[in-house]
Design a protein around this ligand. Sequence first.
Ligand code: HEC
Ligand code: HEC
Length: 268
Amino acid sequence: MRVLRCIAAVALLLAAAGAVFVYSGVYDVSATDQHLFPTYWTIRATMERSVAVRARRVEVPPLDDVRVRRGVGLYREHCLRCHGAPGVAPEPFALGMTPVPENLAYVAKTWSAAEVYWTVRNGLKMTAMPAWQYRLGDDAMWDVVAFVKQLPSLSPEEYEAMRELGPPERERQPGAGDARRGRQAIQQYACVTCHAIPGVVGSQAPVGPSLARIATRGFIAGVLPNSAENMELWLIAPQDVKPGTAMPDLDMSPHDAKDIAAYLATLN
Ligand code: HEC
Ligand code: HEC
């Protein structure tokens, strides 16, 4: 009994200390304030271990020369501005990030292809590293990885001279929508910056209508009868369905639209 009371007292004290820490505003969130070394080490080690453990399940396809040449174009389009390349600095805005995007020549040497792929696919929470699985198809992500693995052996002239092959077609997913994946995709299209959506953390913004009980509504945005196909249509191209609406086109893939529509259909 004494021990239990002791534990409860300690827990209460910790919670109180936590509350004081949060509400006093002592913690400096500015990107110019460097981490203490122990903080930096802990964050970095947590990230590296998290990636290493999850990447064990990834199967690596052959990373041939075609992939490398398709990858360089994708890299220039999507990664260069933050990570730079041989002889090319990241863009100025990227230099202002904390943590600052790594130079991938070293990462490519020390990380396995599976680890690079996992990171590209899923992104890194609490850093500016985006998840690319909603922007690039699986083949395209492997193309980027194939190119990244070449970085340590490329001189600035060789990099400059590399010619690009066009990107592969985005693969289409047949079958029914996956509501669980759809809920995750909602985070990835910034829906929460405009809509309150039940079941999605962080969504309170009333820029657009709340999506609570959207499945029970007769019409989508007041113009389209509410069906699964019409919801996909709306998500892919709201500006075509209702020209001038405040909901922007989000460059959504048909696959993601199907999954998100499946999740919205559960909100009844
Ligand atoms: C908006 C900026 C931004 C873009 C665009 C971006 N990254 Fe990143 N990336 C980051 C940041 C920030 C980190 C985290 C750095 C850290 O952990 O210290 C990171 C981390 C990584 C890592 C883990 C390596 C490490 O040591 O942190 C890899 C691999 C990576 N990015 C690859 C890519 C690839 C490939 C692309 C293009 C498909 C890409 N990134 C696009 C900002 C970006
Ligand atoms: C920039 C803000 C913004 C973003 C981002 C946004 N929406 Fe919207 N959305 C709106 C606005 C505004 C409307 C109302 C449009 C109208 O009625 O003309 C709307 C309407 C809708 C509707 C119809 C609601 C109704 O009451 O009929 C659905 C469903 C919807 N959005 C889903 C989404 C999903 C899912 C995402 C993410 C993939 C998303 N929206 C991203 C602003 C946004």
